[in-house]
Design a protein around this ligand. Structure first.
Ligand SMILES: [Zn+2]
Length: 289
């Protein structure tokens, strides 16, 4: 009986391994691979999913943190920054994980066009993926902007102002309201990022979802755009998603461990291909007998 259970486990593990190998091969052969990351990738770095019900919303009422409340009154902004002084240090202290590292390396190996992300934690950039290859659908918690003159300030600067003066942050240049670039409840999605994400999703020949349950719209339309335009769709997520039935490959596993296995396989395959190319070149240099 123990033997049978062991055998069943082995079989399940080899199915996962086969799927991982297939996904690695897809990365090797893709011309334009696009990754799409969600909260699951951030939680593997220890960042809680702030949007889902849980500890944080026992202390703060989510209905208060709307765009309207932030814009409408100093009191609304004060509540927002009080929340930020709890949440932002957690984000700031988090470190990129294996999934972030693997995506940055895939880009360096010319195997990844870009990463479209629902996350706001800046961890793709901190892992080494160039900022112009990270399309942030919900903004970035590490950056703020003056709503009047548009000047940008880091979140670290703004928090230092709050700590030093104990008052609401205002733009040093014009006195305007400073707001994090994250999309608040009730706020419109950033149009340039949405357009760029749609364009790149439609141009992809491989679209890989990592750690997203694909339930937050309109972000979750991206894999559907890619699939309709002819991309191969792969989904790596611990839980089922509404798009699993349309996907070409579904891996129910964590993003970090899956991407670690994938990047190892991709590195090895690219070395093989380089050796083969070198071998062919050496053959071509043989003197004609
Ligand atoms: Zn300003």
């Amino acid at each position: 009986m123990a033997h049978l259970r062991g055998g069943a486990r082995l079989e399940a593990a080899s199915r996962v391994t086969d799927a991982v190998r297939r996904l690695a091969e897809l990365f090797v052969s893709a011309r334009r691979a696009v990754a799409f990351t969600g909260a699951g990738v951030s939680t593997e770095s220890g960042i809680p999913d702030f949007r889902s019900p849980g500890g944080l919303w026992d202390r703060f009422d989510p209905s208060e943190f709307t765009y309207r409340n932030f814009i409408a009154s100093p009191d609304g902004r004060r509540r927002y920054w009080d929340l930020g002084r709890v949440t932002y240090p957690v984000i700031r202290a988090a470190r990129p994980n294996a999934a972030h590292g693997a995506l940055a390396e895939l880009h360096r190996l010319d195997r990844l066009d870009c990463c479209i992300t629902q996350n706001i934690d800046d961890l793709h950039q901190r892992a080494g993926l160039p900022a112009d290859r990270v399309i942030e659908l919900h903004g970035n918690a590490a950056r703020t902007r003056c709503l009047t003159c548009g000047r940008a300030y880091t979140r670290d600067e703004v928090h230092a102002w709050i700590e030093a003066r104990g008052e609401l942050p205002s733009c040093p240049a014009c006195g305007g309201i400073v707001k994090p670039t994250t999309v608040l409840f009730g706020e419109a999605m950033p149009a340039p990022a949405m357009q760029e994400a749609e364009r790149r999703s439609r141009a992809a020949d491989l679209f890989v979802v990592l750690g997203s349950s694909l339930v937050v719209y309109p972000a979750a339309y991206m894999p559907a755009h890619a699939k309709h335009a002819g991309a191969t769709l792969a989904i790596v997520n611990l839980e089922p998603t509404p798009l699993d039935a349309q996907a070409d490959l579904v891996i129910r596993a964590k993003a970090g461990e899956t991407m670690t296995a994938i990047i190892e396989h991709v590195r090895a395959r690219l070395l093989d291909l380089a050796d083969a190319a070198e071998g062919n070149e050496a053959l071509g240099r043989q003197p004609v007998p």
